[in-house]
Design a protein around this ligand. Structure first.
Ligand SMILES: Nc1ncnc2c1ncn2[C@@H]1O[C@H](COP(=O)(O)OP(=O)(O)OP(=O)(O)O)[C@@H](O)[C@H]1O
Ligand SMILES: [Mg+2]
Length: 383
């Protein structure tokens, strides 16, 4: 079957991105394929940091010396990044050097990079970054070339998203294992050491009443050793529990989130946290569920404090058979959940976290009628 050059390029690109390699390596290979197919020697990829949305250079190919030797020139904003942030850059677009403030700075440089094309990288509504290709000659890319770039952008976006999901999963598995170890140490070694300490305390008291000085000294030493080992075991349990809960159970961490808000907000509403259905130490949820729900609650509470003008906020965390339920409710001004502002990501992130845990997030809000956010996450399903 005859193969068109575009199809050959896309096949090569899919192969480069499909390999289970390090993301930076895949991005380099993708840049090489795209740049070569279009005859543009230079290319680079910006990825937005998942937490801060700050752009960082994730891969680059044949950057002009001025940019390579002065990496600071690749930092900071430029026309393409701000257009992209404003949501105006939807598909692949020609950007000439007059508009690209970053390359414009280099016009007099010996490299003479003259124009570049930018392709936004995105997963659904979420912006991931941008892929740029540039050339020294003044050339406007054809419609066909731009559409090839758009498809290349979609493939690169998929690879970025997949790699992020894989790291999130690896992190969740590691956190799960750490929590399991923490529970084991808590329930076995720490319990036995606590019992041993009690026995030794009894023996110590007895040695003293019976005037057995030498025996008393030996028991005291054993007791001090048992106590310090118990302290160490407890410290290990705390250290092993997954960040960002820092050793606290989810109900406890939510309680502290509320306490912090009460202290730091300018005019804090009445904030209440209720928990139900948890074991005494509250630490028996899968780590990924704990962390995901904590992050959702953190954003939900921040939204209520920032936007709702509420007089009270209630958080409820309930462990039920087969699922956990998190509710965040305020009696504030409400909003229209069907028409969210286009460039905001708090609610989108909350929804995605719920979905990644196999759960759902529902928002009910009416103007003047407050806001209720309900998250339900199933248990017993591997995250
Ligand atoms: N509890 C709430 N009460 C009133 N309005 C809210 C509430 N939660 C969200 N909103 C509205 O929904 C919008 C989107 O919320 P979202 O968390 O996605 O973005 P944000 O808080 O504005 O910005 P960020 O991306 O920093 O979180 C807010 O700008 C606000 O108008
Ligand atoms: Mg928000």
């Amino acid at each position: 079957m005859p193969t068109s050059p575009e199809l050959a390029t896309l096949t090569a690109l899919a192969q480069a991105l499909g390999r289970p390699a390090d993301l930076a390596e895949s991005l380099h290979a993708a840049l090489a394929t795209v740049s070569e197919a279009l005859g543009l020697e230079t290319g680079w990829v910006w990825l937005l940091d998942e937490e801060t949305e700050e752009p960082r250079l994730a891969a680059a190919r044949a950057l002009p010396a001025a940019l390579r030797e002065h990496p600071a020139a690749m930092h900071g904003d430029c026309y393409c990044l701000s257009t992209f942030r404003d949501g105006d850059l939807r598909g692949a677009a020609n950007v000439n050097v007059v508009w690209c403030s970053r390359l414009a700075k280099l016009v007099n440089d010996t490299t003479h990079l003259r124009c570049h094309a930018s392709v936004p990288l995105a997963a659904g509504d979420r912006r991931l970054g941008m892929l740029n290709v540039a050339s020294a000659d003044w050339r406007v890319l054809s419609e066909d070339e731009l559409s090839l770039l758009t498809t290349a952008g979609a493939l690169v976006s998929l690879a970025v998203e997949r790699s992020r999901l894989e790291s999130a999963r690896a992190w969740a598995l590691a956190a799960e294992e750490r929590n399991r170890l923490a529970r084991d140490i808590h329930d076995t070694i720490a319990q036995s050491l606590a019992a041993l300490t009690m026995q030794l305390e009894a023996a110590d008291a007895r040695a003293e009443t019976q005037g057995e000085r030498r025996l008393g000294e030996a028991v005291s030493r054993a007791l001090a050793l048992a106590r310090s080992t118990l302290d160490e075991a407890r410290r290990s349990v705390l250290e092993l529990r997954a960040a960002p809960l820092e050793g606290r159970s989810l109900p406890r961490a939510l309680e502290e989130l509320a306490a912090e808000a009460r202290e730091t907000a300018a005019h804090p509403p009445l904030i209440q946290v209720r928990a139900g259905g948890f074991s005494e130490d509250g630490g028996d949820l899968p780590a990924a569920v704990e962390v995901g729900l904590y992050r959702i609650a953190q954003q939900g509470l921040a939204n209520a404090l920032r936007h709702a003008e509420a007089s009270r906020v209630d958080m409820l965390i309930l462990r039920e058979p087969g699922q956990v339920r998190l509710g965040i409710e305020d009696d504030g001004i409400g909003f229209d959940p069907a028409a969210p502002p286009p460039d905001r990501f708090g609610l989108i992130g909350m929804r995605e976290r719920a979905r990644l845990l196999g759960g759902t997030l529902a928002v009910e809000s009416t103007s003047g009628g407050g806001t209720v956010i309900q998250v339900v996450v199933p248990l017993g399903i591997a995250p």
